[in-house]
Design a protein. Structure first.
Length: 168
């Protein structure tokens, strides 16, 4: 069976916590260690209607997730959405990230009228940077001392993908 991408369901909370508890998944995100099951249950239940939370299943098991979130309530920024993504450590380099990102780009481009997708990625995450570049994301700048990770401050790139519309 291949990778299936679908909307996250309330019952996915334990699998999401499992993914986000993995050392490399946590290292590549802003998640803290030791998340509770209850916090993940609430996170899914309290998701704003404007957000889209996708999961990837491999052989029926949730092994990755991606959030597509509006970046602002301002009508002048409705065209932009932010992305956050993680893949379970045991399932990296199996196409899970590509499947999630492909679904998110399709959703943004063809259904949500998003012409700008934004994300941040730690500068030392070469695998993720290469994935984003394959989908048309470009580095727009560097956030110095972006986050505290493993006892030190680390930098992150601001990356974006802009879909040029027929009106331009």
């Amino acid at each position: 069976m291949g990778i299936v991408v679908r909307a996250a369901e309330p019952d996915d909370y334990a699998a999401l916590r499992e993914t986000m508890s993995q050392p490399e998944a946590r290292r590549g995100t802003l998640q803290l260690p030791l998340p509770s099951l209850e916090s993940w249950k609430r996170r899914i239940a309290d998701m704003p209607a404007s957000d889209h939370f996708l999961v990837a299943e491999l052989d029926g098991q949730v092994v990755g997730n991606l959030g597509l979130h509006g970046v602002s309530r301002s009508p002048r920024r409705r065209h932009a959405a932010g992305i956050g993504m993680a893949v379970h450590d045991a399932h990296c380099r199996k196409g899970v990230g590509s499947a999630l990102l492909s679904a998110a780009v399709d959703l943004a481009d063809n259904w949500l009228q998003c012409t700008r997708l934004e994300l941040t990625v730690f500068t030392d995450n070469a695998t993720a940077i290469a994935l984003y570049e394959r989908f048309g994301f470009e580095i727009e700048g560097t956030h110095r001392h972006f986050a505290f990770r493993d006892g030190a401050f680390v930098d992150a790139y601001a990356m974006a993908r802009v879909k040029v519309t027929a009106l331009e």
